[in-house]
Design a protein around this ligand. Structure first.
Ligand code: ATP
Length: 337
């Protein structure tokens, strides 16, 4: 389905002299999951809270299904929300928490039970929040948010308080459940891996603006700006010279994401685009290598330049410190600083 379910139009929000949002535009398609990603203080939460009606915009409009809801109070907007943690009513059981919204709105209690089932917790209906793990509490919070059949689901760092393993499990669950119910969703996170894993499109924010809005692979493989290349994944900063739509770096000719005037430039090159092969006749030398699991990180000195490569761990025994290596770069698109 195409169209627009949520539109944020020229949103501004100032707190004293702080511009939390600075002319933010964002359109979310029906059923789409958009993740807002960015460093602390870039305005992600403010954008979500303005969409929810919990915060007023200094300027701009919020449209849901084409209707201007900018002046509508939060409880009239039909938003389901999940926050970082501890948002369940402590004196209500899991089932009562999920039924809370439908009871208030004379909605369907059957839907509440269905949602608890959908998050895999029908067997925990009678437990109180303190009798549930953090991950289970967030599942209940998700079921509660979905029980009111929201127009839009808003998730504000819903996984941040959980430990790494549960975080990954629940992240995949959220994606499965959101796809199943088809609710348009805005997911706020500062965790780039989480955003890439869960979203249809990722909006990378910087200082109250959207720097890039694109699919996870596009954001990662074709970062629009140096900020995006840096924030999403790691990059080597390597000197190069631009000629037409390519930049030449360490002998490789790499296509540019966006055109640039010719001359000297700094290219942002992903470690996994760098390959190192032992070669006793080469001048580059391995400085350090560290095992990260399935891949390993190898730092190489090439002349006075440090280059980080990410290689399959199986090759690590051949790449110990001091090994002479030949460095090559795959011809993937790069951004310039
Ligand atoms: P984080 O990941 O740390 O929550 P964020 O990207 O969600 O960051 P916001 O919480 O939206 O950022 O804040 C954006 C900016 O607005 C920050 O500089 C913040 O200090 C400021 N800000 C947010 N809320 C208020 C407030 N109620 N009063 C004053 N300043 C605020």
């Amino acid at each position: 389905m195409t169209g627009v379910a949520v539109r944020l139009e020229g949103l501004r929000r100032t707190f004293g002299t702080v511009h939390a949002l600075d002319d933010l535009d964002l359109a979310i398609e029906p059923g789409e999951l958009v993740a807002l990603l960015g460093p602390s203080g870039c305005g992600k939460t403010t954008a979500l809270r303005i969409l929810a009606g919990l915060e007023e915009a200094t300027a701009g409009r919020v449209l849901v299904d084409g209707r201007d809801v900018t002046r509508l109070p939060a409880n009239k907007r039909g938003m389901g929300m999940v926050f970082q943690a501890y948002s369940l009513f402590p004196h209500l059981t899991a089932a009562q928490n999920v039924e809370f919204g439908p009871r208030l709105r004379r909605g369907s209690l059957a839907r509440a039970a269905e949602m608890l089932d959908l998050v895999g917790l029908s067997g925990f209906a009678k437990r109180y929040p303190h009798q549930l793990s953090g991950g289970q509490q967030q599942r209940v919070a998700l079921a509660r948010a979905l029980a009111i059949e929201p127009r839009v689901l808003l998730l504000d760092e819903p996984l941040s308080a959980l430990d790494a393993k549960v975080r990954v499990q629940l992240r995949d669950e959220i994606r499965r459940i959101q796809t199943e119910v088809g609710t348009t969703t805005l997911f706020v996170t500062h965790d780039q891996e989480e955003a890439l894993a869960v979203a249809d499109r990722v909006g990378v924010m910087r200082a109250g603006r959207l720097e890039q809005l694109a699919t996870p692979s596009e954001v990662y493989l074709r970062p629009a700006t140096a900020f995006v290349a840096d924030f999403v994944g790691l990059s080597n900063r390597l000197p190069g010279s631009v000629n037409g739509d390519v930049v030449e770096v360490l002998g490789a000719r790499l296509p540019l994401v966006t055109p640039h005037a010719g001359g000297a430039a700094t290219a942002l090159v992903r470690p996994e685009a760098v390959d190192v092969v032992p070669d006793p006749g080469a001048t580059a030398t391995v400085l350090t290598s560290s095992f990260l699991g399935s891949t390993s990180r190898v730092t190489v000195s090439v002349g006075d330049q440090l280059v980080v490569a990410q290689v399959p761990s199986g090759r690590l025994p051949d790449l110990s410190a001091g090994t002479r290596v030949r460095v090559t770069i795959q011809p993937v698109a790069v951004a310039l600083e």
